[in-house]
Structures are given as C-alpha cells and as structure tokens.
Design a protein around this ligand. Sequence first.
Ligand SMILES: NC(=O)c1ccc[n+]([C@@H]2O[C@H](COP(=O)([O-])OP(=O)(O)OC[C@H]3O[C@@H](n4cnc5c(N)ncnc54)[C@H](OP(=O)(O)O)[C@@H]3O)[C@@H](O)[C@H]2O)c1
Length: 297
Amino acid sequence: MGFSKSKVAIIGSGRVGSALAILLSRQNFREVLVFDRNSEKLNLLKEQFNAKIRVSVSLNDAVAGADLVFLAVQDRYIQELAQEISILSRDADSRPQSQQYFAHLSGSLTSAVLQPLAAAGAVTFSLHPLQSLADVAGAVQGLAGSYFSFEGDHRALPTAEFIVEALAGHLVQLNASDKALYHAAAVVSSNFFIALEEMAINMMRGIGVDSETARQMLLPLIRGSFENLERVAPAEALTGPIVRGDDQTVAAHIAALTEKLPDYLAAYRTLAGLNVDLAAQKSGVSFDDFPSLKISS
Ligand SMILES: NC(=O)c1ccc[n+]([C@@H]2O[C@H](COP(=O)([O-])OP(=O)(O)OC[C@H]3O[C@@H](n4cnc5c(N)ncnc54)[C@H](OP(=O)(O)O)[C@@H]3O)[C@@H](O)[C@H]2O)c1
C-alpha cells in the first residue's frame, strides 16, 4: 500500500472514528472519508473540528476504491457491517481485493468478525487503541501516545505500523486467542479503577463529605499513586496499612464498613487480599499478619 497516496475511509463518526478522521486528515493521505448513518454526527464533525475530511454520502461511496477502511462502529455492529460491505462490493462487481485493508478498533473482538471481507479477498485486522475515549475532543488528545494492539492478517502489519506512527502511538502485537484476557486487563485498569473511585467517594459521603468535594479531595491522592506507578513497579509503589502489616487499622476499616457501608465489605476484603499478595513482595507480610481479613462478616 503506497501510504501517502492512499485513500482512508472511516465508517462511524463517533468518538474514535471522528478522532481518527481528524488526526489522519492532518497527515499526507490522498483522501480521508467518513461515513456515518447518523448525518447529525457527521455534520458536527465537520463544523466543530473543521478538519480536511470528506463526508461520504453513502457506505458504498466511502468504501469504493478505499485502500484502508476502518469499521469504527460499536462492537455489536461490526460483524453485520462487514457482511454489508462484502455484499455491496459483490453487487457492485468490485469485490474487496487483496490490496484493500479493513480494520476494526475493538479491544474484545478479534479480526475473525471481519471474515466476510477476508473471504472476499481483503486483508483484515483489528487495531485497538488502549485508551478510554469519552468524547471526540478527548479522543483527539488521548490517542497520541497511546498503545495500539494489532491482531490479524500479518500482511497488514506495515499498514498498521504506519497508521500508529501517524497517530504518535505505539504498536504491540497480540494473538487472537489472547484478546479476551488482554481486554479484561484493560477493563480492570480503566473501568474498575473508576468503580473503585466511586466506592471511595461514597465512603467519604458516609462521613458527610459531598460527592464533588470528595472527588476533588481524592484527585491529588490518585495523582500521587499514579506518579509512583510511573516511576516504579506496583509492589514498590504500594503504601498504606497493609504494606506496614497494620492489622489494627484494617480491622478498624472493616468495623466502619460493617456499620456504614456493608455492601462494600466483600470488595474491601478482596482488594485487601490482593494488597497482601503485593505487600508480601515488598515487606514480607503474609495473610497470617491480618487476622481481621480472615473473619467473615
Ligand atoms: N470509546 C472508547 O473509549 C473506545 C476505546 C477503544 C476502542 N474503542 C472501539 O472503537 C469502536 C467505536 O467506538 P466508539 O466509542 O467510537 O463508538 P460511538 O461513539 O458509539 O460511535 C459509533 C458510531 O458509528 C455509527 N454506526 C453504527 N453502525 C453503523 C453503520 N452500520 N453504518 C454507519 N455508521 C454506523 C453510530 O451511529 P448510531 O449512533 O446511530 O448508532 C455512531 O455514530 C468500537 O469498536 C469500540 O470498541 C472505543
């Protein structure tokens, strides 16, 4: 694929599709085209970001002649969209050729969902940005410097490397069979972290601090932990009562939760257990140092 002269099509102008379109339109591609079934989203993309993007009038218009097509739609629509494109191409007597590349951006699905396109001769892969992208503006910022996981037909690797470089990201390769555990790790790191912070905010509310103040109070603490983790491995970054072997404090936490927020006890005990495993690497503590964790609530 001659990258600088290539035509890139993006189907879906949501958070990731729009950000991709904006970032890639700043590069030297022949054309960056976007199609979405939701014309309001397309217009918003043009108006708000004023990017050098051509808005396609139809799926067929976007895909026909594109060298690289991103299926940037919700995971649940990727397979049917792949099927639709393969039928479109067949009806137009322009079946995807081996020079045409198709990618989706899902972290949990493998490139196997693009099978209808692969069966028609196209080169298929998945390229997942390991990032939490809540809106288009945030995604434009967030994609730069992110890791992108490549999985699929190895003929697409140079294409994926070129795209990731254009996005100032880093590429890692995955086996299809590893994607579920990989995605679970992403969920733990991103989604579960948010749930934990909500738990901490609710605990603060338990002593009468309002949600917004609690959120602000916790942010510097989160940043401190984050900065520690940037410098050293988790076992070294760990601070707090468990790494000090302080069962009295842990017992006080359990008593307070039992009284005020008993629904959080199970999560507290599970996470405290993970902390003990980690602390064992740093300070040599063991479960025997925490009798309060052994008592069921
Ligand atoms: N957001 C993240 O944090 C994130 C991070 C990494 C990877 N990803 C992956 O990126 C992909 C896109 O996610 P997103 O968050 O950008 O989704 P999104 O914001 O919901 O946008 C998807 C867009 O695609 C449109 N669409 C759906 N089916 C279509 C079709 N058949 N033809 C044309 N347009 C269609 C949707 O229209 P409607 O609104 O009408 O449905 C919507 O505008 C997913 O595979 C996701 O797993 C997302």
